[in-house]
Design a binder for this molecule. Structure first.
Ligand SMILES: Cc1ncc(COP(=O)(O)O)c(C=O)c1O
Length: 338
């Protein structure tokens, strides 16, 4: 296996438009709640999840036993693979997509098959994916919308995948749901092979906490929990999530900011003559050609972090949309570099 080394060093204090995190931080109410709740007994005892499970299940509109709390989406992916995929069995993923699908599949000894996003617009390759699914496919993992392309797919297509891949676990990773509003969660009752994940790492601004949720039908969740460490989610993350979901106004305001920033970035890139791809998430992928890496490096020197993706899509750079002011700073620096 190739090791996965995210470039995470030395980011504090810079304008972080490189990891699609929340660029202003979590709700202040989360910090207040944690301050109230942290004390010696809370840290001494092993985590108890009942209150968090209650609150989160209600928030997401599912039954408690249709949901597993996970240590980020990453653990959701790992538990899903460990539960449903044996050595040598086939996992279908898209290319390019979130690196952890391949990582955990390879770790489990699976045979990974990749379907390429369509060129030139990087749209979702529905027909190609449907064609690739066989009775031997054990898992299909899709980010909707996708990272790093930003492109998404509709529910009608997801239904066709679920119907065709009826002997596979189909994961719809909705890490960027709040920026697009498309969700497969209401399909849970209809499809016993559907798994949906959500995270607190993006819009909620809690990437350091490592908390995700994995949803599926009750019988599946019982299997998933067997393959999961009983305490993989720490107490503080479970507490923070309860406060985060209560502050809906904070999330709504941030989403509105991101959508305005995303439009501003798209318009700015147009003005600069740089091709970009239609995004339904909190980032924009654009083409800088030969200049992708020099642009990334020069932006970093000026205190603005973006992510080079040219190793997987020729000449492409990904920039996170935060607030309109942050978008303006990015565009100003980019224009001056160009
Ligand atoms: C598609 C996708 N899923 C999940 C995540 C985040 O995972 P986690 O919840 O483990 O922080 C990311 C972050 O980059 C992502 O792009």
């Amino acid at each position: 296996m190739a090791p996965y080394h995210p470039p995470t060093g030395g980011r504090a204090g810079k304008l972080r438009l490189d990891f699609n995190e929340n660029t202003v931080g979590c709700s202040p109410k989360v910090i207040e709640f944690l301050k109230q709740q942290i004390n010696a007994p809370a840290l001494t005892i092993y985590p108890e999840y009942e209150a968090a499970r209650n609150d989160l299940a209600q928030f997401f509109g599912v039954a408690e036993n249709e949901m597993a709390l996970t240590n980020g989406t990453d653990e959701a992916i790992q538990v899903l693979v460990n539960t449903y995929v044996d050595d040598g069995q086939e996992v279908l993923i898209l290319k390019p997509s979130y690196a952890m699908y391949r990582f955990y599949s390879e770790l489990a000894g699976a045979e990974v098959k990749e379907i390429a996003y369509r060129r030139p617009d990087l749209s979702f390759p529905l027909d190609e994916l449907l064609e690739a699914i066989t009775p031997g496919t054990r898992a299909v993992m899709i980010a909707n919308p996708n990272n790093p392309t930003g492109t998404g797919t509709g529910i009608a297509g997801i239904r066709r995948i679920l119907e065709r891949a009826d002997s596979a676990a189909v994961l719809i990773d909705e890490a960027y749901f709040e920026f697009c509003g498309v969700t497969a969660l209401p399909l849970l009752g209809e499809y016993p092979n559907l798994f949906v994940s959500r995270t607190f790492s993006k819009v909620y601004g809690m990437a350091a906490m490592r908390l995700g949720c994995l949803f599926s039908q009750t019988a599946n969740v019982a299997h998933l929990r067997k393959a999961q460490s009983p305490y993989s989610v720490n107490t503080l993350a479970a507490l923070a999530a309860r406060a985060a979901i209560r502050d809906t106004a904070y999330v709504e305001r941030y989403v509105a900011d991101v959508l305005a920033a995303r439009d501003a970035i798209a318009a700015g890139l147009d003005r600069l003559g740089l091709k970009h791809f239609p995004s339904q998430a909190n980032f924009v992928l654009f083409e800088a050609g030969e200049r992708a890496i020099p642009i990334r490096d020069e932006l970093r020197r000026r205190g603005v972090l973006v992510r080079d993706r040219s190793y997987e899509i020729d000449g492409c750079v990904r920039v996170t949309a935060g607030t309109p002011e942050q978008a303006e700073r990015f565009l100003k620096e980019l224009e001056s570099i160009l």
